[in-house]
Design a protein around this ligand. Structure first.
Ligand code: IMP
Ligand code: MG
Length: 181
């Protein structure tokens, strides 16, 4: 797996440090009172590793509602429609909702998630993304919590995949061109 990476972009210890900082930011934003009844919505499958680390740093009770969105088939990060593969089965009406995703690229995925969830009238809706590609992310799609802004490269590891592989690599790295099919 390691030999498929051109370079490490964000090493595991830096990820852990930043995840801790994000948890502090999130805890300060919600406070004890608002956090009561918070629903965390991880966007599957890319956010699995990130959300597991993040929620263990959060000091309050929460519910977790899973949502699966599919976007890419294969190497390209362009085109392709978003599809809700598995919808949330938690009632979020009048509850505070925090969507957690791996990466904000073109914003199509998070826009779809936002539209779907807003219809259900949550008390508030915020977005936390581990990575963001500022070169491509639309200016009108605001993420409330962002781990790292990165260059426009295709990255894998720490939950991020290429063809559903590499999610278990603990660092975030750039995939070698020859590993694209
Ligand atoms: P968006 O809809 O273009 O913002 O893309 C978001 C989704 O595309 C993420 O949740 C990822 O699953 C996937 N994605 C975008 N960029 C990358 C990347 O560099 N590596 C792996 N997956 C990516
Ligand atoms: Mg994803």
């Amino acid at each position: 797996m390691e030999r498929d990476l051109a370079r490490i972009l964000i090493p595991r210890d830096e990820i852990q440090r930043r995840v801790g900082e994000l948890a502090t930011e999130i805890a300060e934003t919600y406070g004890e009172e608002d956090a009561h009844g918070l629903v965390i919505v991880p966007v599957l499958a890319g956010s699995i590793i990130f959300v597991a680390d993040l929620i263990r740093c959060l000091p309050f009770k929460m519910n977790i509602g899973l949502m699966t969105i599919s976007r890419y088939r294969g190497k390209t990060t362009e085109g392709g429609d978003t599809k809700v593969v598995q919808d949330l089965d938690v009632d979020i009406r009048n509850r505070h909702v925090l969507v957690v995703d791996d990466i904000l690229d073109t914003g199509k995925t998070l826009r779809t998630v936002g539209e779907q969830l807003r219809k259900r009238q949550p008390a508030s809706l915020r977005i936390c993304t581990l990575l963001r590609k500022p070169a491509k992310a639309p200016k009108d799609l605001v993420a409330d919590f962002v781990g790292f802004d990165i260059e426009d490269a295709f990255v894998v590891g720490y939950g991020l995949d290429y063809n559903d592989q590499y999610r278990n690599w603990p660092d975030i790295g750039v995939l070698k061109a020859e590993c694209y099919q």
